[in-house]
Design a protein around this ligand. Structure first.
Ligand SMILES: NC(=O)c1ccc[n+]([C@@H]2O[C@H](COP(=O)([O-])OP(=O)(O)OC[C@H]3O[C@@H](n4cnc5c(N)ncnc54)[C@H](O)[C@@H]3O)[C@@H](O)[C@H]2O)c1
Length: 151
């Protein structure tokens, strides 16, 4: 069986071990929903206060997030999701998702000539330095022989 088929079978059987890097507005719901779907999920988060809150089933987000508190409590108490600040814990994961911030910058395309003085603004490229750094950090914690399954 190829590595890919093996991984596919593990995913279909909910036996794949998953990790989500960055437990923010995207990463935490994704991690919780995957855990609720039956996967063993760890979330790696650099903010230790956030890690502690999540492991205590305390929603670390501001704003109205309908259903998130109930979902978090369910997957934490059920042992399907746990948060950690340690990249070492990635060693046995089959699939790793990166959900860290990718800040964008804006560029004035008008050269200051726009009548309102503010100039026409256009979205510039995303800053993917954080993602690139994380990819390197994750790679160094993978076991030799694991598939290149970084998502
Ligand atoms: N929030 C949205 O509505 C939304 C919508 C579409 C796409 N996105 C994209 O999703 C991605 C994540 O956005 P978000 O809103 O969840 O960001 P966020 O700032 O809410 O969360 C990012 C999390 O990653 C953590 N983090 C940063 N560096 C880390 C590292 N080295 N190791 C572990 N954790 C680390 C941060 O502490 C933070 O908790 C971004 O690329 C964003 O553009 C977000």
């Amino acid at each position: 069986m190829t590595i890919l088929n093996d991984l596919k079978q593990k995913i279909n059987q909910r036996k794949a071990k998953l990790a989500v890097i960055g437990l923010g507005y995207v990463g935490l719901p994704v991690a919780a929903m995957l855990a609720d779907a039956g996967f063993d999920v760890i979330g790696v988060e650099i903010k230790t206060d956030r890690v502690e809150k999540i492991n205590a089933s305390i929603l670390p987000m501001e704003g109205h997030e309908p259903g998130m508190q109930e979902l978090l409590s369910k997957v934490i108490s059920g042992g399907k999701l746990s948060a950690t600040p340690l990249y070492d814990d990635l060693a046995d994961r089959d699939v790793i998702l990166i959900d860290v911030e990718t800040p964008v910058t804006f560029k004035d395309l008008s050269g200051g000539a726009a009548p309102n003085g503010g100039g026409q603004r256009s979205l510039n490229v995303c800053d993917i330095n954080a993602v690139a750094c994380k990819s390197g950090a994750i790679g160094s914690h993978r076991k030799h022989g694991q598939p290149g399954d970084l998502l």
